[in-house]
Design a protein around this ligand. Structure first.
Ligand code: CDP
Length: 226
């Protein structure tokens, strides 16, 4: 059967990874969370006191970073490994969310991650989510989704995820972080977040996870069978 590339881009906390993961599972495709890569690099920079405004330091640091994914049996998803260390829990913390959009705006960081996203996936049968997947990483993808949701819904979804691990978190903190990242991601010079011309906009504010997966699967099957 024909295999395709599906890209899921959109604003912070719209449920891109949830959708991409479910699609990959249904289609038996590889799922790649490109945001996890930017988050893992941010974690490395913070841990090693790398100044990401210093190009020389960034270039040297990137030479020491190896990113890979491993399957997590317990959660049925993939965890990111930074130089072999599972950093999945660390990269979801607010300290990383606060800085990741600054790091993701650095040219050398983007070149490093995009090259890896493209080589890891020379074959098709991929669902990748992020900000620039349909525009820069896979402009030739057969199916591109641009996901949106009401800001209040997005805050509530992310709050529900984080409060389980950090009971001190407030909705206000999350709202500020999402707004800041959306602003930085949309206005940066290199590969800003924008809808690819041929992407389908999907507002999932009032859809259940099952409804959104069924809808996108229908579009995917149309592409696969065309
Ligand atoms: O899950 P959430 O939507 O909150 O974010 P994420 O997908 O984990 O991405 C974290 C950050 O990485 C984003 O806010 C962007 O700054 C950056 N990113 C990017 O620049 N390009 C991508 N393809 C994916 C993420």
């Amino acid at each position: 059967m024909k295999k395709i590339i599906i890209t899921v881009d959109g604003y912070s906390s719209c449920g891109k990874s949830t959708l991409a993961k479910a699609l990959a599972k249904k289609l038996n495709y590889v799922f790649i969370d490109s945001g996890a890569m930017y988050r893992a690099i941010t974690f490395y920079f913070l841990r090693n006191n790398i100044d990401w405004n210093n190009t020389g330091e960034v270039i040297e640091a990137l030479k020491n970073i190896h990113l890979s994914f491993t399957y997590n049996e317990k959660y049925g998803s993939s965890d990111i490994l930074l130089n072999g260390e599972n950093v999945e829990t660390h990269i979801r913390e607010m300290a990383i969310s606060d800085k990741v959009s600054d790091v993701a705006a650095v040219k050398e960081v983007r070149e490093f991650t995009v090259a890896q996203q493209q080589t890891n996936t020379a074959s098709k049968g991929i669902v990748m989510d992020g900000r620039d997947i349909g525009t820069v990483v896979f402009p030739e993808a057969e199916l591109k989704i641009f996901l949106t949701a009401d800001p209040a819904v997005r805050v509530e979804r992310r709050y529900a995820q984080i409060v389980l691990k950090d009971p001190t978190i407030t909705r206000e903190e999350i709202k500020k972080n999402l707004e800041m990242r959306d602003y930085l991601d949309s206005t940066r010079e290199i590969s800003p977040l924008r809808k690819a011309e041929d992407a389908i906009v999907l507002d999932n504010s009032h859809l259940t996870q099952q409804e959104q997966v069924d809808l996108v699967l229908q579009w995917a099957n149309e592409k696969i069978n065309s």
